[in-house]
Design a protein around this ligand. Sequence first.
Ligand SMILES: *Cc1c(COP(=O)(O)O)cnc(C)c1O
Length: 393
Amino acid sequence: MKYQVNEKGFYGQFGGAYIPEMLYPNIEELRLQYLQIIHEPSFQTEFDQLLKDYVGRPTPLFFAKRLSEKYKAKIYLKREDLCHTGAHKINNTIGQILVAKKLGKQKIIAETGAGQHGVATATVCALMGMECIVYMGQLDIERQRPNVERMRILGAKVVPATSGNMTLKDATNEAMRHWINHPTDTHYIIGSVVGPHPYPDMVARFQSVISEEIKSQLIHELGNPFPDYVIACVGGGSNAAGAFYHFLNDEHVNLVAVEAAGKGVDSGESAATTALGKVGILHGSKSLLMQTPDGQVIEPYSISAGLDYPGIGPLHAHLFETGRVQFLSATDDEAMNAGIELSRMEGIIPAIESAHAVAALSQLSLIEDDVVVINLSGRGDKDLETYIRWGKY
Ligand SMILES: *Cc1c(COP(=O)(O)O)cnc(C)c1O
């Protein structure tokens, strides 16, 4: 129970629901019903079926032989990159659209930064025949053309957010505003373990299928479910929450979260929240976030769009504070080198987010026969432009 959310929506001092009063009815409806809904047998059956036949689960746990030889440990890759749409995000959007249906909603809204969560949301809306509006910063729309067109092909409406810096934070504000104005027919699908309670807990539960599978795959592979390390990258923290979830109470399993250090933790261009962050409130929950002394949110930077977020979810803030999870960071260069290394040694081009997790291998003091699981959150297809611009391969 130590790492579970309490009835008020807190993990230790972090979490809660700091929302405008106008949003209260929507959040309260969800809070009162989400656990009951996701425990219903009919929900479980449909969720499991879609994860299997549509997403392609269970994803393989692949023994990376050449990487293992180099780092002198037994390294396994959890292949979330093989999920439909190319990353773990679809585990959550499938879960949430089924919740939306049970709540009797007909319409879906979402926010997106780089567009990965927008694509995962547009995908499940097409699957379910539901109307989909995705808010996206005007600047991001210009930077992420292929994902914008993917969403449109899938039938979603992409609405530009033109306030502020015209990026993710502004898109989130627009989505919240829309939700306040359409409380009865619309569900808001948040893309990570962030936002007001119950979102962090709900999203962590949907992603927890990752660690559930890792455990049974390790039993099959090695005869026991416990690795020595589980490593995952952290933007908001949903793939890490999923990879850690069923190991949280197994205190002998080392859990390692890797943040994006950008051009260096102290360079002023970074997204290493636990290294730089202070307690504050962002997007409806109390957590750690990068902010100036007078509380202005600092613009984060990372070469990887999915890690370019100024906060982390409240569960991770708690796991950091209690010391249950070790937080490391990798710079742009370290991540890109790790991405190329994985491509060359295992024939797998990772998403640049996931390459940050791979980069942690050289920072850990591994000993012979350590069993290490790296959560490979996504595939590199979407990042081809970034690999090309980086050029050193
Ligand atoms: C969005 C994304 C992330 C970061 O999000 P989390 O919620 O921290 O998991 C990581 N990897 C990939 C491939 C992504 O698309």
